[in-house]
Design a protein around this ligand. Structure first.
Ligand SMILES: [Zn+2]
Ligand SMILES: [Zn+2]
Ligand SMILES: [Zn+2]
Length: 150
């Protein structure tokens, strides 16, 4: 994707959530969008050395509150962040997709395009939030182990 076009879209996204368009915010969004797995704050810090930790923390918090990104924990218990689908709203996330934790690279993937089975909970249980996760080996790491075996 063209970087300028990307920036334009993210500018719109910020405007829609009444957030001022700032360079660090745009950079965080394009960084998160550039990967197909979630990103931790330390990973963001590594590539945004000029943005201080407190600023980054506030950006992530604001994005999460606004329904722009969601938090998911990797197998080490580190918080990782991924972009939300447009159905998320302020203080109301609908990220009810499967999170796949790879035991090799420790990346967490958001698998959005799965048809999840409907839950038939016992009477009286009213779910407000559903989180699904799986542990295993991602395609990238699966390929690597094939190579070493051959
Ligand atoms: Zn969300
Ligand atoms: Zn992996
Ligand atoms: Zn997710």
């Amino acid at each position: 994707m063209n970087a300028n076009k990307n920036k334009y879209q993210f500018g719109d996204l910020l405007a829609r959530h009444h957030l001022k368009k700032t360079e660090p915010r745009l950079r965080v969004l394009s960084m998160l969008a550039s990967k197909n797995f979630a990103t931790s704050q330390p990973d963001l810090e590594d590539v945004m050395l000029d943005i201080d930790r407190g600023t980054l923390y506030r950006i992530l918090n604001a994005f999460e509150e606004k329904g722009i990104i969601h938090k998911v924990f990797d197998l080490n218990g580190t918080a990782n962040y991924a972009l939300c689908k447009s159905s998320c709203e302020e203080n109301h996330h609908h990220d009810e997709h499967l999170h796949f934790n790879c035991v090799v690279c420790n990346n967490v993937y958001c698998l959005d395009d799965l048809d999840l089975p409907a839950l038939n909970l016992p009477a009286g249980f009213q779910p407000m939030n559903l989180s699904l996760s799986a542990t295993g080996i991602c395609p990238k790491c699966g390929k690597k182990s094939d190579i070493t075996e051959n």
